[in-house]
Design a protein around this ligand. Structure first.
Ligand code: ZN
Length: 454
């Protein structure tokens, strides 16, 4: 065992409504096991002398932020003029043919950019929803696993899918969809090859048919059955827009939650992205089932999709996490900024008193972890994973601020100074360790230009 004492942080947020004063003296991390072994009270010292001490007095410490929804490949189509002012369905129909030109190298570059950006914003675990596999990119998820391992980030990579093209009444062009047999066989291959189970899992795989308007009901039901058999999680987009609701009423004769239930997805194995247009009865049913929601505030504002009923969902029992969503609808992978967006947009719906900074932070940590079916991350506690974000609230933006923890969100922190994943520093001085960012940006920008040029 090798121990590191993060000594006397200026503030600490443990999560899960645990009072922070029990850890005012900091945390002791076993860097070999990657876990937290002790919380130190104010003025205290660790029970056993630590091997190393890190002076954390200039830092605010939070659990590593957990991102529950993304499409990494979309970093290649950020701020693209033809869709800069579009709503979801028009945005998708214009972008599908561009994304259909992806190749494996573009997926690698896009994944690296998104993960690095997330890490530097304090995120230690991220989900991704990859559902496009044009020619030669059937290895996309394998590539994402490699990148996650290189960067030392935890990832829940979802094997997305689309099988309902325009010819069958779906939204995506026919050449972007796959047949269900290939989808299910590849899903099973990925789970059997990469999915880790239990505490401390670094790579997990989930099954993720894309949305009601791009996947057949048969594939939804078969994916649920396969997820049950393999014991992995289920993810999809749901209730993002009124157009989607209309689509469900027209094609299935039912609303989105009825549709979810009809295909065997209304369970605690599922987390859905967005979850905006639910009525009171649907919120109660989602809560009773324990179906989680990835709240993606920036994307929802960018596409003017609506405001998720996050507080009511959480109060009903549905875990609520935060997602940055794909970079073509945000267009940023900045997780700490996303927490601020959630705080403010939810205040518009529920008022300032109901949505505290602590509640918003809990969505992005404990709540997000629960949405991914995890209890070993998202909260700082003895025995939990040593996944931490350390922010330095200093400079012009923070000058004159009083409470350092509240200031993270109210003054608008942009980047973490240090980030630890499983006891290992992955970000130091706001830079991902070992990554040549400038070279990456040059290659990624070139790939992005090539993709839209066709
Ligand atoms: Zn999405």
């Amino acid at each position: 065992m090798s121990t590191l004492w993060l000594k006397n942080p200026s503030a600490i947020h443990l999560g899960a409504e645990t009072p922070s004063d029990i850890a005012a003296g900091g945390l002791v991390v076993d860097t070999s096991a990657g876990t937290i072994v002790e919380v130190v009270a104010a003025g205290g010292t660790p029970i056993d002398p630590p091997d190393q001490t890190f002076d954390a007095s200039a830092y605010v410490v939070t659990p590593g932020l957990v991102n529950t929804h993304h499409h990494f490949y979309q970093t290649l189509t950020r701020a693209w003029p033809p869709v800069a002012n579009s709503k979801l369905f028009d945005w998708l129909v214009t972008l599908y043919p561009v994304w259909a030109r992806l190749d494996a190298e573009a997926v690698r570059l896009a994944t690296t950019v998104a993960m690095a950006e997330l890490l530097e914003s304090g995120c230690t675990t991220t989900a991704d929803h990859h559902y496009l596999f044009p020619h030669g990119t059937d290895v996309s998820i394998d590539v994402q696993v490699e990148v996650a391992r290189e960067l030392g980030m935890r990832a829940v990579l979802t094997r997305g899918s689309m099988n309902l093209g325009e010819a069958d009444g779906g939204l995506p062009p026919q050449h972007t969809v796959q047949d269900p047999e290939a989808i299910l066989a590849d899903s099973e291959r990925l789970v059997r090859t990469y999915h880790e189970r239990g505490e401390g899992a670094r790579i997990q795989i989930a099954l993720a048919p894309c949305s009601p308007f791009s996947v057949s009901t048969t594939l939804m039901a078969e994916s649920a059955a396969l997820a049950e058999e393999l014991d992995v999680r289920l993810h999809t987009h749901l209730a993002e827009t009124r157009d989607e609701e209309d689509y469900c009423l027209q094609h299935f004769g039912m609303r989105t939650v009825d549709y979810l239930e009809s295909v065997g997805w209304l369970t605690d194995r599922t987390w859905v992205a967005h979850g905006i247009h639910f009525d009171d009865g649907e919120i109660a049913r989602l809560g009773a089932a324990g179906t989680a929601v990835a709240h993606c505030p920036s994307s929802n504002m960018r596409l003017a999709s609506g405001i998720a009923r996050a507080v009511e969902l959480q109060d009903a029992g549905a875990p609520v996490g935060i997602g940055v969503d794909g970079s073509a609808s945000n267009d940023s992978s900045n997780m700490v900024r996303e927490v601020r967006q959630a705080l403010y947009v939810q205040r518009l719906r529920y008022g300032a008193e109901a949505v505290t900074t602590g509640r918003a932070l809990d969505w992005a940590t404990t709540g997000s972890a629960a949405a991914l079916g995890r209890t070993d991350i998202g909260t700082l506690r003895v025995g939990g994973q040593a996944d931490l974000a350390l922010f330095r609230p200093e400079g012009l933006a923070f000058s004159g601020s009083h409470d350092p923890l509240t200031a993270l969100l109210l003054c608008g922190a942009e980047r973490a100074d240090r980030v630890m994943v499983a006891g290992d520093w992955r970000v130091v001085d706001s830079r991902v360790v070992g990554l040549d960012t400038e070279a990456l940006v040059a290659r990624h920008s070139q790939a992005a230009r090539g993709l839209v040029a066709g």
